[in-house]
Design a binder for this molecule. Structure first.
Ligand code: GRF
Length: 221
């Protein structure tokens, strides 16, 4: 049987992509990566993909008339890669709602906050400014609403007295690196599905996000 085919979109250094590749190398994520695409030709994620012999694609948004034209071309090329599933791993663009429609239920994103808190940018700073006792990361299905699709699972950390924006981000990142491969594993195995409205795990709706534990397991939220 062929492995689920995965495309990844990333704009930056690609540490979450690296975590996905490492999980596959360890035999914990039985998938095939068919494409890593970026809106930034100099993204570290593209270099990581090249080193792993994964096809890459860099598209420059400035060479398209508008966002929709860029997104339609991007999604066409992703479809042409044969990808079954799409992972946004630090893809720093808002996607056109109509262009992404064919991928709803097959596309997940990692976001560094406990959604629905702090959609968009500067999540660590905003959590600190709000005086939150807890912070975290969420993996959610992508819908037309920015960082607003149904949340599948979350990892939490306590905010510590010495945390500033950088320290908090650095403490959260290793958890992101475990959360994203684990959720992709659920989706790729077919245990996690989209029922047209939200996530189903083993056929049961998830009324609240799964809690991702420090031991790498999921528990009901
Ligand atoms: C991560 O914090 C991710 O949650 C956010 O962007 C960052 C990407 O980091 N969406 P990297 O490029 O995967 O290292």
């Amino acid at each position: 049987m062929s492995l689920p085919r995965i495309a990844v979109l990333a704009s930056g250094r690609g540490s979450n992509l690296a975590a996905l590749l490492a999980a596959r190398e360890r035999g914990e994520l039985p998938v095939e990566f068919v494409l890593v695409a970026s809106d930034k030709a100099n993204a570290g994620a593209l270099r990581l993909a090249e080193a792993a012999d994964i096809p890459t694609l860099a598209l420059d948004p400035r060479s398209y008339p508008d966002r929709r034209a860029f997104d339609l071309d991007l999604f066409d090329r992703i479809a042409a890669s044969g990808a079954d599933l799409l992972v946004l791993a630090g893809f720093m663009r808002v996607l056109d709602g109509e262009a992404l429609m064919p991928w709803v239920g097959r596309m997940i994103n990692i976001h560094p906050s406990l959604l629905p808190k702090y959609r968009g940018l500067h999540t660590h700073r905003r959590a600190l400014e709000a005086g939150d006792a807890e912070h975290g990361a969420s993996v959610h299905f992508v819908t037309a609403e920015l960082d607003g699709g149904p949340v599948i699972a979350q990892a939490r950390i306590a905010v510590e007295p010495g945390d500033d924006e950088q320290r908090l981000a650095a403490r959260l990142l290793p958890l992101e690196h475990r959360l994203l491969p684990a959720v992709l594993g659920l989706l790729a195995s077919g245990r996690l599905r989209w029922d047209g409205h939200g996530p189903l795990l083993d056929g049961q709706p998830l009324p609240v996000p799964l809690a991702f534990g420090s031991d790498g397991s999921f528990a009901p939220g």
